[in-house]
Ligand binder design. Structure first.
Ligand SMILES: Cc1cc2nc3c(=O)[nH]c(=O)nc-3n(C[C@H](O)[C@H](O)[C@H](O)COP(=O)(O)O)c2cc1C
Length: 170
């Protein structure tokens, strides 16, 4: 697949087939996360792979916009570590998240990013998964074989881009 086709074809998938995700695919996705850029190469992140059905169900109960974590065979919980980079501990894990989403799509999988950081249930997730106090739960990502097709749209480039000076078109 062409790289831009991967970027444009990826959609947030919220319905999943009851089909396991191969361990090799999970490993590839984690490798893609590992190789994301980070400020000063500090890599202030950690990833918890959750496959256990009860834990996923509980995550789905905690997250008001993530009920479907119960259905997706894999959830990756993305953590940021402020001790490793006090300024970029949120930004850097997000780079890894994008790598995860795109790699999942390139492997025929669907995924959805669910924000957690600062939510009322963040501490509940930390307690449930034994996450050290110092770390932040940036988001959760559901992953699995898609059971629906979705469309999305974007603002036209002309509305998003200026050339040379703000507000100036090409
Ligand atoms: C920071 C962030 C938080 C998000 N949180 C949720 C969420 O809690 N639940 C959900 O279903 N989708 C969530 N999404 C997915 C967006 O709704 C989705 O990316 C957007 O609607 C564009 O659709 P697309 O990903 O299919 O292009 C989140 C996306 C981002 C970037």
């Amino acid at each position: 697949m062409e790289f831009l086709d991967v970027i444009k074809g990826r959609r947030s998938i919220r319905k999943y087939l009851p089909k396991e995700v191969e361990k090799e695919k999970i490993d590839t996705i984690l490798e893609a996360a590992q190789w994301a850029p980070s400020a000063s190469n500090k890599q202030p992140w950690h990833f918890i792979v959750v496959r256990d059905s009860d834990t996923r169900t509980r995550l789905g109960q905690l997250h008001p916009y993530g009920r479907f974590m119960k259905e997706s065979p894999v959830v990756i919980v993305v953590l940021g570590n402020p001790e490793m980079h006090p300024k970029y501990y949120l930004c850097d894990p997000h780079q890894a998240v994008q790598n995860i989403l795109l790699t999942a799509y390139s492997l025929g999988l669907g995924s959805c990013w669910m924000g957690v950081r600062g939510a009322s249930f963040e501490d509940d997730i930390k307690e449930m998964l034994g996450i050290p106090e110092a770390l932040t739960v940036v988001c959760t990502i559901s992953i699995g074989y898609p059971n629906h097709k979705r469309k999305s749209k974007r603002y036209p480039l002309g509305e998003l881009v200026s050339w040379e000076q703000f507000g100036k078109s090409e």
